[in-house]
Design a protein around this ligand. Structure first.
Ligand SMILES: NC(=O)c1ccc[n+]([C@@H]2O[C@H](COP(=O)([O-])OP(=O)(O)OC[C@H]3O[C@@H](n4cnc5c(N)ncnc54)[C@H](OP(=O)(O)O)[C@@H]3O)[C@@H](O)[C@H]2O)c1
Length: 263
């Protein structure tokens, strides 16, 4: 029987919170968690069977084979240069936008990317089996190990180089971050006028369901697609004292109108 490689997680934020127990559940023992704040590390360790809190980045005596950097994008490079690894260790980061080669200065030839394409927030339940994992590796052994790791956690694993992952991440920012921010704006407008924001939730869930079933181009409705200028002007009038929202409203409405110019 194949033995699952032991894992160390560096970082104790949103991704680590989900990834560490998910790996244990499919048989990859998490041996250590390192975080600058020991309170964050101990919160995560409590969710695991037998992980220790690592005090520093010297893992020369570690029993782990796979070291996952689930840390802020800006910290990946410096940690990769500082981390001390045991022989044959595999080092991977979990970022959508950071190139794999940033790990090439680490003290191992075995490095790669283990990017889960999902939005993670600590303590929120997530079905990790359906999260796509994008894998990239510096050599064949690392590739096989990371594919096996991802394939145990999720039913959807794709190999992707850093250039393509960057493009995917850009698309994900539009799909997730911008959609979410639109809902933040929408909720603020609702609250400012005394409406409960959840009045919009049935509309939001049908928006998502519809675009997944017929595609976003066909699913688009609203005054901008119809070029209904009377309604657009009324909305502009409501936003006249908020320059930022006015700019956003006009830019997106114009882009929608241009998209359907030939109708
Ligand atoms: N959240 C998502 O939805 C998501 C999805 C896919 C991929 N990712 C990627 O996964 C990685 C982790 O994201 P996250 O959302 O889990 O981030 P996060 O919740 O902000 O957690 C970041 C972790 O990195 C640690 N850290 C930051 N700077 C550090 C440094 N200089 N040295 C040591 N530790 C440092 C933080 O520790 P402190 O608390 O001490 O600062 C914290 O434990 C990122 O590369 C991100 O792009 C995130």
């Amino acid at each position: 029987m194949e033995v699952s490689l032991p894992v160390t997680i560096v970082g104790a934020g949103n991704v680590a919170w989900h990834l560490a127990p998910a790996l244990e559940n499919v048989g990859y023992p998490v041996k250590e968690v390192y975080a600058r704040k020991t309170t964050a590390a101990s919160r995560l360790v409590k969710r695991l069977y037998a992980a220790d809190i690592a005090e520093d980045l010297d893992f020369s005596q570690s029993p782990s084979r796979v070291f996952i950097l689930a840390v802020s994008d800006s910290a990946i490079e410096s940690i990769a240069q500082e981390i001390v690894l045991p022989d044959e260790a595999i080092l991977a980061h979990t970022s959508g936008s950071i190139p794999m080669e940033i790990l090439s200065f680490a003290a191992t030839e075995n490095y790669g990317v283990f990017y889960p394409l999902q939005t993670f927030t600590s303590r929120r339940r997530i079905e990790i089996e359906s999260v796509p994992f994008c894998i990239e590796a510096s050599n064949e052994g690392t590739r096989e190990a990371l594919l096996a790791l991802a394939g145990s956690v999720s039913g959807k694993v794709v190999e992707m180089n850093s250039e393509n992952r960057k493009v995917l991440h850009l698309a994900a920012v539009f799909a997730n971050n911008f959609t979410n921010h639109m809902m933040k704006i929408s909720s603020d407008i609702m609250e400012a006028h005394g409406f409960a924001p959840d009045l919009l939730y049935p509309l939001l869930s049908e928006t998502i369901n519809k675009l997944m079933s017929i595609g976003p181009e066909e699913a688009q409705t609203g005054p901008a697609r119809r070029r209904d200028y009377r309604t657009l002007d009324k909305h502009v009038e409501l936003l006249r004292e908020n320059e930022d929202l006015l700019r956003i409203y006009r830019t997106i409405s114009q882009h929608i109108a241009d998209t359907y110019l030939d109708e």
